[in-house]
Design a protein around this ligand. Structure first.
Ligand code: HEM
Length: 186
């Protein structure tokens, strides 16, 4: 997994909890790489999961929520660092449909060693998108955070529901349904 994921995770920890928490997480987590992450390196996904678990124990915040918030943080980073991928996209569904077809294809060309998930998407109604996440890595909550931020960053509102897994695989299906935005009184 690309080092930028690890360095971004640590900057989220620093922003949300402070520099001391970064040191505590790095000291406590069992990190075979040693924890001196650089954005150009590659590290095992297990080390990210380990740091999330340690942060969850130290902060008392649910690990799934931490993973989801980190996904949203990464989306904001992608928008800053890769604005070209967002050009011409006018809705969250257009962006989400482009991840597998276009965005991750380009990411793989830029970084041939990137380990990317696959997605299948289907519009099941004009306001509903089914998105199937396929990855050997257990990052479904991270994925949900990326979806959530995609919706919010287009100033839309949606419910994002995970469907029960009946396929016997590690695939995770999300049903994303747009909701009317609340209208202010004034
Ligand atoms: C729009 C700009 C985007 C860029 C530039 C981008 C780029 C990347 C990069 C560089 C990685 C790390 C690969 C590695 O560590 O080897 C990654 C992983 C990932 N991306 Fe994207 N991505 C984007 C959007 C999205 C969106 C919208 C979603 C969700 C629907 C998504 C889902 C994921 C997931 C879940 C992973 C973790 C790897 C896995 O679960 O197998 N990405 N992406």
């Amino acid at each position: 997994m690309k080092g930028i994921i690890f360095t971004e995770f640590l900057s989220l920890v620093e922003t949300a909890f402070g520099e001391d928490m970064v040191d505590s997480v790095l000291d406590t987590a069992d990190l075979p790489s040693g924890g001196a992450f650089t954005s150009v390196g590659n590290y095992p996904c297990e080390e990210l999961i380990e740091m999330v678990t340690v942060l969850s124990n130290m902060s008392g915040i649910d690990g799934e929520k931490l993973q989801e918030d980190f996904g949203a943080w990464m989306m904001d980073m992608f928008e800053r660092e890769y604005p070209g991928f967002f050009e011409g996209k006018t809705t969250s569904f257009e962006l989400l449909e482009a991840v597998d077809r276009e965005i991750h294809v380009e990411v793989q060309k830029l970084y041939p060693d990137a380990e990317l998930p696959r997605f299948e998407t289907e519009r099941t109604a004009p306001d509903a998108l089914k998105m199937v996440y396929k990855s050997p890595r257990p990052l479904e909550h991270f994925c949900k955070g990326l979806i959530r931020a995609s919706v919010e960053n287009f100033d839309e509102s949606a419910s994002i529901n995970r469907c029960p897994n009946t396929s016997g695989t590690t695939d995770v299906t999300f049903n994303i349904t747009l909701e009317p935005k609340a209208i202010n009184c004034d």
